[in-house]
Design a protein around this ligand. Sequence first.
Ligand code: ATP
Ligand code: MG
Length: 366
Amino acid sequence: MTENKKPVFVTGDRPTGRLHLGHLVGSLRTRVVMQDSGKYESFIFIADMQALTDNAKNPEKIQDSILQVALDYLSVGVDPNKSTVFIQSQVPQLSELTMIYMNLVTLSRLQRNPTVKKEIEDKGFKQSIPVGFLCYPISQTADTTAFNANLIPAGEDQNPITEQGREIVRSFNAIYGDVLVESNNVLPDRKAALRLPGIDGKAKMSKSMNNCIYLSDTTEEVRAKVMSMFTDPNHIKIEMPGDTEKNPVFIYLRALATDDDIQQFEPEFGTLENLEARYRKGGVGDVRIKKLLFNVIEKILTPIREKRKYYEEHIDEVIDILEKGCEKARAVAQETVTKVRKAMGIEYFQDDALRKYSLRMKKTNQ
Ligand code: ATP
Ligand code: MG
């Protein structure tokens, strides 16, 4: 199957808005490092079909976000010469695989998926869950298996989805033979990056929750958002001891700051550990840690904004990248679809399949 080939990674994002710091630390950084290592074949896609599962009545939002996400990709270092960048809906093979895998999953298993369960709750679907939404772990399995993905760089919320994907692969292979490849998530190294909270302190920074710092935010937007962030509600005066563990400002610093950043912006402390220790003891104000965080974020976003500006001014280049990526993705996915169809015995007009079935029919009729 994939012998003698580089391992493959596949990952995507829903075009439901622009990408944010959660995406950066949860998945974008990992995929760019993996891409640049030259050790992997990489497929990175804009999951518009998945975005439509809970936005069917709002297609403009999805349409408008396609280029936004593409610009975010290119601005953080996704390189179309190294990665295939494509749009999910332009690869109809993925829908075919989804349809096939649907027969291998029960409704109750989908309803038990913890990520799906939580998202249904967050989105307030109650009893009106779009069938397509409930099935998104299945379509995600189509996305990964179509390209023989071994690895999926993603945030922690994706673990239950990938686990369900492996179950589908095992079911398929057990019935039809060893065709599909199982994938595993590659989580970020830093614990704080597994699931970056929102600026409102909620469990996850998420486009749908309106609690994000976007990669394309301006300096002034970043400043206003950081300055409005939650800290430790009990840390009222500078000299009071404060909590760092659940404090979103420190979680962001743990997810984003480097030793160099602390030495540059807070030479008095030199390391984040020292700063945290002092905050816990008392003597460090919230404005000070927010200013540090603002500087750290600005240092990260400045080159990203510059690259984004270039591509915004060369949008035809971006469209061209996507079109070529879709073409390549279709070709690779088609190889898998053909293998799957053959394994299932539904590639009727190849290898004389129908004729063989007619002989079998005669035999059973005898
Ligand atoms: P939506 O609200 O439309 O679901 P989202 O903000 O949750 O959007 P997705 O497109 O669902 O973003 O997620 C894409 C990838 O980014 C996934 O791998 C996910 O794990 C990762 N990711 C998203 N938000 C975060 C976060 N706050 N922390 C870490 N990783 C994240
Ligand atoms: Mg999401």
